[in-house]
Design a protein around this ligand. Structure first.
Ligand code: GMT
Length: 377
């Protein structure tokens, strides 16, 4: 065995649409491209996971909905599958994304294995697992216990690293490894996508991509959109990874229906990023905001509230425009200024793309994960 042999890596994540699942799938794909053997363990194949890569394997966890329980349990069958896959494939690393319930399941799985056949457990914390569940008295102590048992802990921003200390009281080492994005080539032209979306010539395409959960503050997004003038200068395209009924209802109440185009669970995200002019994000908290980075890689600057880790991703006025949280009028003015000034938009977009390439590329970030894994073996 040499220090540089390919590794056997298990990855567990939430497979549904969400930043942590997307990041974990992309990481698995990039690790496989670099020669490692990657085993995904989850109840469903992660969204965006390639099906044609020979070094990527998927091990489904079967969950039985026994009527003797009020709530179905996933943690136990997940832990059994983690132990099985670890033993059968001699995993070196078990990398779990999002603490709940994955870090606890990993801890349990390790205790089912003899000490000399346990992979090293790495936990990557993504955001709400710390800032929401970490503050919940029913979860916090269990998360902290699982971090204590892990061999390595990472967060996706310096901001979140601080939150781990504050909310979980965890004082072990926490490595910051930022999000990355490795875009596919768009399959359609910018013009074809804009035509599909019904954008009139000269209309600016504002893009919002998220799962529409409460933390994304879609109420503030709509309030902002309602204040942008002139009204006919833009359309907001929402790439929705969650339930759109409240968005549709509230947009209608504000008279915004003709300004908003919704696409659900798109897999060809690059086509839309390539067609977009300005990203718009109104979250009340983000550990990083992968969607802003995705837009940056297509030279699309964003306007957003300066919350959480977003200022680590975007320096305001250099790669986009940030305003204080909740100031929807200021956010609308920021969007207007970019709608009215294509040259400024393009300058910010170019700087954003350069920053994404130099700080948040797959090459840079995946190498950091590989180095982190090897440091634990
Ligand atoms: O934001 C969400 O609701 C999805 C969430 C997740 O866990 O899937 O995203 C979190 O992880 C992403 C990838 O690391 C980060 O880019 C997001 O900022 C983070 N979301 C929050 O912190 C709210």
């Amino acid at each position: 065995m040499t220090a540089t042999r390919p590794l056997r890596i298990g990855i567990t994540c939430h497979p549904s649409v969400g930043g942590s699942g997307i990041l974990a799938s992309e990481l698995g794909e990039e690790l496989a491209l670099r020669g490692h053997e990657v085993h995904f363990i989850s109840h469903a194949a992660p969204f965006r996971l390639p099906t044609n890569q020979p070094r990527i394997h998927f091990h489904p966890v079967e969950v039985n909905d026994y009527d003797l329980f009020k709530y179905p349990d996933y943690t136990l069958p997940l832990s059994v599958k983690m132990a099985e896959v670890s033993a059968a494939h001699h995993l070196d690393i078990l990398h779990v994304h999002y603490a709940v319930p994955h870090a606890t399941a990993a801890m349990l799985a390790m205790s089912m294995l003899p000490p000399d056949s346990r992979p090293k457990v790495i936990v990557t914390l993504h955001g709400t697992d710390v800032m929401l569940l970490g503050c919940d008295a029913g979860y916090g102590p269990a998360i902290r216990h699982a971090l204590d048992a892990a061999d390595g802990v990472t967060t996706v921003s310096h901001f979140l690293q601080g939150q781990v200390r504050t909310h979980l009281g965890y004082d072990g080492p926490v490595e910051v490894i930022h999000n990355f994005f490795a875009p596919q080539k768009p399959t359609r032209t910018r013009e074809a996508v804009r035509a599909e979306l019904g954008l009139a010539p000269g209309e600016t395409m504002l893009l919002h991509a998220s799962n529409l959960r409460p933390v994304k503050r879609i109420d503030l997004l709509l309030q902002t959109i309602a204040q942008i003038q002139p009204r006919e200068s833009f359309k907001l395209v929402v790439l929705a990874g969650g339930d759109t009924s409240a968005l549709v209802r509230d947009a209608a109440k504000l008279g915004l229906t003709d300004r908003i185009v919704i696409r659900e669970k798109v897999t060809d995200i690059e086509d839309y990023l390539n067609a977009a002019d300005v990203g718009i994000f109104t979250s009340e908290l983000e550990s990083f905001c992968l969607s802003i980075l995705e837009a940056m890689t297509f030279a699309c600057p964003s306007v957003a509230f300066a919350v959480g880790g977003i200022p680590e991703v975007v320096e305001s006025r250099k790669h986009g425009l940030l305003v204080p949280f909740g100031e929807t009028a200021a956010l609308a003015r920021a969007a207007e200024s970019l709608i009215a000034d294509p040259a400024r938009r393009s300058a910010l977009g170019t700087a954003a793309r350069d920053r994404a390439a130099s700080l948040f590329s797959a090459n840079r970030i995946v190498a950091q994960y590989e180095e982190f894994y090897r440091s634990k073996l």
